[in-house]
Design a protein around this ligand. Structure first.
Ligand SMILES: Nc1ncnc2c1ncn2[C@@H]1O[C@H](COP(=O)(O)OP(=O)(O)O)[C@@H](O)[C@H]1O
Ligand SMILES: [Mg+2]
Length: 247
């Protein structure tokens, strides 16, 4: 379980998240939804320790409070993030970008090539996102959707306990979204990992997630199951926001 306890987060001069409290269960998929600019990326960055709350605390069962360098370092080894802007190195082959997901698991000055077990893991991760046939392609030659899937593979290769994804399906075809969703579901079922995804496709969020957290104006507007969200809240929570504006 991840406990978000009265967390506020400041960015520059503005407080972006105001006094947020929520529990995120382990071994499931939680979708974070809400209009653009509401603080979804900020929440993810706070959950992986890149941003510190200005007040309140985040506590992870089995890890502790994310407030010291040592706890954070231990926690990061078990975490993987798919960034909104992919953060890939263009000149490298796709496979090498996936291997970089394992960079913290080998010595930074190692002159040796990536080990065979690591290469096998990376190949498997590429296969899981349907891109094994593009393993040797230069990342700059890949389409937007393919690049995004390389970003997902780079997270999967870590076999993380916690996977955070910032709109990881934004430019992926609908059929592939279903396939990637199944891949994540399988990972959760197999390893009990916790997955938190910021998503703008409401339908995907509601069909994939076990729990939905909706943000509005830097606060939690909804916290419950997709069924509950479907029944009552899509209209009431977002009544002022046209559906197409959700991102
Ligand atoms: N690096 C930054 N410095 C200052 N303000 C920022 C920064 N990044 C984002 N913000 C502001 O924080 C708010 C929330 O941004 P963000 O978390 O990216 O929203 P979302 O992911 O929901 O679109 C926005 O008003 C945005 O302008
Ligand atoms: Mg964002």
């Amino acid at each position: 379980m991840i406990h978000i306890d009265h967390v506020s987060v400041q960015r520059g001069a503005h407080e972006v998240l105001h006094d947020i409290s929520a529990d995120i269960p382990s071994g499931g998929i939680t979708a974070v939804v809400g209009p653009s600019g509401v603080g979804k990326t900020t929440l993810l960055a706070t959950l992986n320790g890149l941003l510190r709350p200005s007040s309140g605390a985040i506590t992870i069962d089995g890890v502790g409070m994310l407030d010291s360098g040592e706890t954070l370092r231990g926690f990061r080894r078990q975490t993987a993030t798919v960034f909104q802007e992919h953060a890939l190195i263009d000149r490298l082959p796709a496979m090498d970008n996936v291997l970089l997901g394992l960079a913290d698991q080998r010595h930074p000055l190692s002159p040796l090539p990536w080990s065979r077990p690591m290469r096998l893991r990376a190949a498997q991760a590429l296969d899981e996102v349907g891109l094994l046939h593009r393993a040797t392609a230069r990342t700059s030659q890949l389409s937007g959707g393919e690049r995004q899937r390389v970003g997902v593979a780079r997270a999967l290769v870590r076999q993380p306990r916690l996977l955070l994804g910032d709109e990881p399906f934004a430019s992926v075809d609908p059929a592939l979204i279903r396939q990637l969703g199944n891949t994540l579901r399988d990972m959760v079922a197999r390893s009990g990992a916790t997955v938190i995804l910021v998503m703008h496709q409401m339908e995907t969020a509601l069909s994939l997630a076990d729990k939905v957290i909706a943000l509005a104006e830097g606060r939690i507007a909804f916290d419950g199951t997709p069924r509950q969200f479907d029944r009552c809240c899509q209209e009431t929570v977002f009544k002022t926001i046209p559906r197409g504006a959700l991102s």
